[in-house]
Design a protein around this ligand. Structure first.
Ligand code: MN
Length: 232
């Protein structure tokens, strides 16, 4: 059956530097607490044994450069600057070598968060969806092919709000590397092209307000930009 009862929106497509075709985003996995200093500012312990995840709907992905309305239901809307990476090959129960070879591209991303709703969910041991998976909650910049980016290591990851630095760290401080995450996650999912992974935020997360302009960067990657509009 091909007819649909209402129009199906296209999947989000992220530009890839130097490529004429874009990368379609089919799933978004996000790693929680992947920098010790961010876990500390959240008042929680890090688990160095195994990463944990939450997901965002592809429908909630927006491209870098947009203005988004201040979201409903929150009084504590936060920025989280993150390294994202995209898969280019199928991956299931992967070895470290298979995982490394499957990384297609890296990019700058924002994991926008309704922190008050996430906090309430944590307190009540409920899922984080209201805090993490809402409209415009994943902002993805143009990506860079893995071979052009080179190994993940001491690259600086940073974010300014209205020109003032809020987050400033380096990728080597990630607890679980991109390969670690893929080896682990591929035990639970048949991963493949279309899977986008956000690798967690360093310390310095904080609130944003209507009129704020966010700019996040990682050495060697295209910056991610977001403007916060009025509440809708
Ligand atoms: Mn995050």
């Amino acid at each position: 059956m091909s007819a649909t009862l209402f129009p199906v929106p296209p999947v989000p497509v992220v530009a890839v530097r130097g490529e004429s075709a874009g990368y379609p985003v089919l799933r978004v996995f996000c790693v929680g607490r992947n920098y010790a200093a961010h876990a500390a500012e959240m008042g929680v312990e890090v688990d160095r044994e195994a990463p944990f995840y939450f997901t965002k709907s592809p429908a909630h992905v927006v491209p870098s450069g947009v203005t988004v309305p201040y979201p409903p239901g929150t009084e504590d809307y936060h920025h989280e600057m993150e390294l994202a990476f995209a898969l280019g090959a199928p991956l299931f129960r992967a070895s470290r070598e298979q995982a490394a070879a499957a990384i297609y591209a890296y990019g700058c991303a924002l994991d926008m968060t309704r922190r008050d709703l996430q906090g309430q969910a944590k307190d009540k041991r409920r899922p984080w969806d209201l805090g993490k998976d809402f409209e415009n909650a994943a902002v993805l910049a143009e990506m860079t092919r893995a071979a052009a980016f080179g190994p993940v290591g001491g690259q600086r990851i940073h974010l300014t709000v209205n020109g003032q630095t809020r987050q400033d760290s380096e990728l080597s401080l990630m607890i679980h590397s991109c390969v670690d995450v893929l080896v682990h996650l591929s035990r639970y999912y048949h991963l493949g092209p279309g899977d986008m992974i956000l690798t967690g935020t360093p310390e310095g997360v904080g609130p944003v307000h209507p009129g704020d302009v966010l700019e996040g960067g990682i050495d060697g990657l295209t910056p991610v930009r977001l403007t916060i509009g009025a509440a809708d």
